[in-house]
Design a protein around this ligand. Structure first.
Ligand code: B12
Ligand code: SF4
Length: 353
């Protein structure tokens, strides 16, 4: 028997999801923006997006019987009082020799945490419905435009910074979905409440927003520090400053995050190395220590070499003594033999001479 939507939402809450809503598995108008965005070159080298573009435009290409998308969100904000520099110029942090790791990567890898709960929700659904159920789960790993479905399911709205913002919880949310053949009563879509605010657009250190709601990913520090495999365009390297992995600036300045909810889940609490990371300490960490630290962390997506490359770029903005010590420490590790790391260290030394 198909469960009542209220029972489904109660089960999602019981499993620890902070939000749950239902969207139709339709071709929502915002989905069509993706093709244009890709054609404009905004996806850069994220070939997985380009290769799966047609499935992303129509979820029934992935599950032909799809009728509904159950969209869920988990809050990952903690009460750890550490954020990227809201002024966007990074001056205070760089002077203190501190660096910023995006808060989504402070704790456990969210893919595993969200997936385990989605599977538990799917198991419950399957127990209720029986053999007629067809469904699949996604968390950042399937050809599904997650923010578009989350907005359609009433979890919030897609803000000018392109993040899904919930009016009560803010935007520090991970999204996930169950795409299913069940015909569930959809929720009302979220309503845009950005108004005239442009703080996110103004704060971005690389001017990555070509317009409100439109991000050129190839300029975003998150893309540059996590996704780009080789050397980052020299013109953009100085903007990295202390953002060594990901970037939270356009969310830190968002007024909807001022009173953002916090989670006390162990999974999201910062590992010791991310509590107040200093450039010099991260550069001194041995390759073996990094390999261990990356295990079970979302940071493993960037891998050792990209991370060391970003640390070298960040060193270029540090005060002279810190810079020299940081680059020496990086060079002392075997990973500095990788071409991308070596080139970044050489560049940081050269431009600061
Ligand atoms: C590729 C990707 C990136 C790229 C590109 C980001 C982007 N904004 O497009 C990069 C590497 C830069 C990135 C960065 C980050 N990401 Co990311 N990323 C993705 C991924 C895999 C696909 C997103 C995508 O398709 N982008 C292409 C654009 C075109 O599509 P879209 O984001 O769905 O945007 C639509 C709307 O903006 C819509 N639109 C809405 N309103 C309006 C109004 C107008 C006028 C117009 C023109 C368009 C428009 O048009 C778009 C087309 O459908 C998703 C997971 C997924 N499968 O969806 C995670 C995802 C979006 N990322 C996530 C996170 C957490 C981040 C970071 C915060 C990580 C970090 N701290 O470094 C940053 C945030 C940066 C930012 N401001 O977006 C979360 C977002 C959660 C949330 N609350 O929104 C997701 C959903 C992963 C997850 N499962 O939780 N990401
Ligand atoms: S995450 Fe940082 S670099 Fe990317 S758009 Fe937001 S402020 Fe700009």
């Amino acid at each position: 028997m198909v469960p009542a939507v209220s029972a489904l939402k109660s089960k999602a809450a019981e499993l620890g999801f902070d939000l749950c809503g239902i969207a139709r598995a339709d071709r929502h108008p915002k989905l069509s923006r993706l093709a244009e965005w890709i054609a404009q070159g905004r996806a850069g080298e994220m070939s997985y997006l380009i290769d799966s573009a047609s499935e992303r435009l129509d979820v029934t290409q992935t599950l032909s019987s799809a009728r509904s998308v159950i969209s869920v969100a988990l809050l990952y904000n903690t009460d750890h009082a550490y954020s990227s520099d809201p002024s966007g110029d990074g001056a205070s942090r760089a002077d203190a020799g501190r660096v910023s790791v995006s808060r989504y990567a402070w704790g456990d890898d969210y893919h595993g945490v969200v997936r385990a709960r989605l599977r538990a929700l799917l198991q419950w659904l399957s127990d209720q419905v029986g053999p007629g159920l067809e469904a699949l789960t996604c968390v950042d790993d399937g050809p599904v435009q997650e923010r578009v479905y989350a907005e359609a399911a009433g979890l919030g709205w897609i803000g000018k910074n392109t993040c899904l913002i919930n009016p009560t919880l803010g935007s520090w949310l991970f999204l996930g979905e169950i795409v299913t053949n069940l015909d569930l009563e959809p929720d009302a879509a979220g309503v845009d409440q950005c108004g005239t605010c442009t703080r996110c657009l103004d704060a971005c250190p690389t001017e990555a927003f070509v317009a409100p709601y439109e991000l050129d990913a190839t300029r975003c520090l998150s893309y540059l520090t996590i996704e780009v495999r080789g050397a980052v365009d020299e013109a953009l390297r100085p903007a990295i400053r202390e953002q060594v992995y990901g970037c939270d600036i356009c969310q830190d300045v968002c007024p909807w995050n001022r009173r953002a909810g916090t989670s006390d889940a162990d999974a999201w609490q910062p590992k010791d190395i991310f509590r107040a990371p200093k450039l010099i300490d991260l550069c001194h960490m041995s390759d073996q220590a990094w390999v261990l630290a990356l295990k079970g962390s979302a940071m493993k997506r960037a891998g050792l070499h990209r991370l060391k490359r970003s640390l070298a770029y960040a060193a270029a903005s540090a005060p002279v003594e810190t810079r020299r010590a940081a680059l020496d420490a990086l060079r002392a590790q075997p990973s500095s033999h990788a071409a991308v790391v070596r080139e970044a260290i050489d560049w940081a030394e050269k431009i600061s001479d």
